[in-house]
Design a protein. Sequence first.
Length: 276
Amino acid sequence: MRGKVEVIWLEDNLTNREHLSRVNSIRKIIEMKGYDSNIEEINDLKKAKEMLLDPERRVDFFISDYNLGVGETGLEYLLEIRTKGLYKQFFILYSKNEYNEIRNGVIDKLKENSIELFCNFTFISLADSSPSMIKQEFSKAIDISLSRWDELNAIRGLYMCEHAELELLLRNKYACFVENRTYKDLFYQLKKSTTPVYLKQSKKVYEDWFELIEYRNLLAHTLEGYDTENGFYIKSTSDEKIVIYENQLDKCRLDLKNLKKKIIFLIKNPNRPFPL
């Protein structure tokens, strides 16, 4: 399981008491979610941009002040991040200004760039907000930015849960609840009970099902990582070829859902053709 959240925080006044308090709050919010944090604080826009040049560097989300001094704004940093192809990383922009005061800057960026510039983005106004409200807004933003982590880890649980249901169906079918008969044993018993004609028709389902059983076992123990092309992933510690990337999650869920439907039909009707 991934243990550390990597954050780049751009703020022109790093010694400001309010900033120090916000950093401490963010660190506590992350820790309360069960993660450690590595918050790298930068006070120079140029240096912050240079940090994006390392293709191996993993950043989970960015935080930036809007007003960076000398005519520079956090929107410039946002633009640089998206220009580097980093659209998945969440960007939190905050300011003591009201949103209306930075609206023109946002509109100008939209005129010059695609609307995708503001995907995975939120703005937090520090004006006229109590410390507790500000903390709550940051907490909401972090919830969103870390949701992919939870989703990626949850896919393992989904595989386990779906197989538990399929195993229960097999055990109910054969009235078999003894521990010495494994899930695979029951799988082979069902396959053996399928006549040659229907076994030929359902060959692909049986093959995919067996592969899925192996997949589930191999996902029992995983490591997390980050790939510059495909984003975050989990990888089996038993077989490095078993990898699920975050951009594959929708397909994984859909494939699992569709295959499960076929398997359930097969369990209930091993010697009937699949419905069209």
